[in-house]
Design a protein around this ligand. Sequence first.
Ligand code: ADP
Length: 603
Amino acid sequence: MTFKEHIKTERRALKELWREHRTYVVYMSLFFVFQAAYPYIPTYFSAEIINNLYDGAPLSTIITNVILAVGLTFICHGIVRFAQPRLSIAHSNTFKKEDWLFSKKAMEMEYGSIEDADVALLRSRVRQESRSGFNLWNLLKTVRNNVSNITKIICSLALSISFFISSGVPLFGKLGLVGLLVVSIAVDVFCTAKSQAITNRFWDESSTLNMMCDKYEELVSEYSYSKDTRLYSMEGGILSRIKEIDDIENKKGLKNSFRWMIANFPRVIVADILKFCAYLLLIWCSIQGAMSVGDITKYVVCIVGLIGAVSQIVRNVQLDFLNHAYLERYFSYFDIPNNMYQGSLTVEKRMDNEYYVEFRNVSFKYPNTDTYALKNVNVKFKIGEKLAVVGMNGSGKTTFIKLLCRLYDPTEGEILLNGVNIKKYDYDEYMQIFSVVFQDFKLFAFTLGQNVACAPTYDAKRVEECLKNAGFEDRYMSLPDGAETYLYKHFDKSGIEISGGEAQKIALARALYKDSPFIILDEPTSALDPVSEYEIYSSFNTITGDKTAIYISHRLASCRFCDNIVVFDNGSIIQHGSHENLLSDQNGKYHELWNAQAQYYIK
Ligand code: ADP
């Protein structure tokens, strides 16, 4: 890192602080100015009162000074106390805002980055570092300390300027003090570099351990894992692994703090020698009659304060350099680009619903992989058609859907909607034409209605209708709060637990509620009982209406109702046609798959 690079990163971080956390920065600065300045009020007035008493000043002067000392201290103390809770609120808002910034970034990333393990690791590391007070948080600390120390320097100099210009203080004493201050700063710089390198190394090692610990703790605390962990008696093993990691961390922590103490020892010694010399000089001046008793108490506080504040500022600047790597990492996360082409065409709202989609020579490789998940896929279908996508596991069916929904862009070839490359459409608008139920869909611990509508407010009548069409009617009727019933118990202890099949029906209702021209179902009945499955299939045409339905399934019997079937194998479409056509090709994959499944039914 060069000095120029550091300044560039620092400026960017300061701008970011100002843009995102302005209120906190302002409150914090004002608070620390007052907090650093107000101890100087009693210091000044105590010296004045002692001098008054020593010089036999009139009582009224002494009383005025006492009133001023107590009054001003009271006011400043009051301001600090008044500001403290507000500062705490601004501080916690800053935390929340940072959480929000992380979430916003995740939402704005292209889907490929979200799935990327390196990005997940980077995110987790940057979050850990934020929580441990690095990156922007370290910069905030630097700003706070510098505001406080600059205030202390100004106050100390203002109250001790008479000491530095006094002819009663010998020149060798002043020069000696300044010389010792320079030596103390040099030792400080050296010690801080050493001790911070120790701390950084410790944090580098423990951030990986902390991440592992978090993951293990999730396994025992998250109830979605608890069936497996209990039945396979895994808790003991997991807990002992957590303990092992804790022990390693504690040992490292103790070793680190000992090394840190040793590295800082010279700094403490030199700072104490400096203070000792300052005391000696002041006592010597007092013995010589060069200053009054009151002045001595004032100068002691100010000179010690000045020495402390100057070395703190030097240390802060240095720590700030060491924070550079953390800031760079922080920005490297927020700078991850969204390389998806952002189109601007509006998706035509056709009254005749005449949409058609075409995959033209589409090939695709997942990021950071060398093999094609899809190879030269060509297929065309239009609205109203029911298309089934079948094939063995890993043959590329889900990838085909991900590309159609623009979660990824093809590596080669293009996908067209009504003859226009889908990249050219406005991304959000394009997303609106698809209702998808992925195999690994997620329900949220919100109300049933919110789950179906995927929004905080919803049309209760439509929610009910969609749930009914998805086969959830019986259970729905038994719910005391209807669509207002909470799923799971995270937010409401009377929330309900649902079976895998019920969850699948709710996910299906969600797709119906969105009412998009395309409905895509990835294994939509895998968790349903045979009766529910039969009901869904028999009403499938009613459910999907004139929408284009794309339907991925392993159960070929359930694909028969589709107009068209495409068979995937190893990332390519190897067969395409109606059920009867495909079945009549006795050497084809479809025939092979059909017979493999039919065997079980015949038996
Ligand atoms: P299917 O839905 O037919 O079971 P997929 O489309 O999920 O198959 O997967 C096709 C191929 O792509 C598989 O070899 C799978 O391992 C690979 N694949 C799927 N998702 C990813 C991913 N996020 N990163 C890398 N490879 C993936």
